[in-house]
Design a protein around this ligand. Structure first.
Ligand SMILES: [Zn+2]
Length: 169
């Protein structure tokens, strides 16, 4: 996957994001293209953009770059793309792998997105006690994930697959 460098409004490098994410940021007027691939454009029905190599955010954002992204329920849902860690269906709740009542904390590594049904079924137990298996292991968001969280991008704003494929001009 082609990566695009993201600069903060003050030109400090923040992170890299996927080309698709970069195009979304430009289309949403959250960023401007500072440097693009010569001769490569992203083309679609209502889009004709140079393929960005470097974009710069229009507004200065405070990003927890090189630091841990602050934990939040919304952040867990975005990190897990609103997919339940137990069944893969749409998740609207956040489950504590080790329940809070057993000392489990509000941390990235102890929380996963879960559908309401599985969250209710697991209740106040660990996955082992509930006889449930995690399909994916929770992880700390990368700086790129942290940037996406800080920009408040919502799930479902990704462009279609085909738009991510640049064509020669
Ligand atoms: Zn589920």
């Amino acid at each position: 996957m082609r990566e695009t460098l993201v600069l903060n409004a003050g030109f400090e490098p923040l992170s890299t994001v996927s080309l698709r994410r970069a195009v979304v940021l430009v289309m949403q007027d959250k960023a401007v293209v500072e440097q693009s691939h010569p001769g490569l454009r992203v083309r679609a029905a209502r889009v004709d953009l140079p393929v960005p190599q470097v974009i710069r955010l229009r507004r200065y954002v405070r990003v927890p770059f090189r630091q841990r992204a602050a934990w939040s329920r919304r952040g867990v849902l975005v990190r897990d793309r609103h997919r339940c860690a137990y069944c893969g269906r749409r998740a609207t709740t956040v489950d504590h792998v080790v329940p809070r009542s057993r000392g489990g904390g509000d941390t990235w590594l102890n929380t996963v997105a879960a559908c309401a049904e599985d969250n209710h079924r697991k209740a106040d137990r660990t996955p082992a006690q509930a006889g449930m298996r995690l399909l994916t292991q929770p992880f700390e968001p990368t700086p790129a994930d942290a940037l996406v969280l800080a920009l408040g991008l919502r799930d479902g704003e990704a462009l279609p697959e085909w738009l991510a494929l640049p064509t020669s001009a």
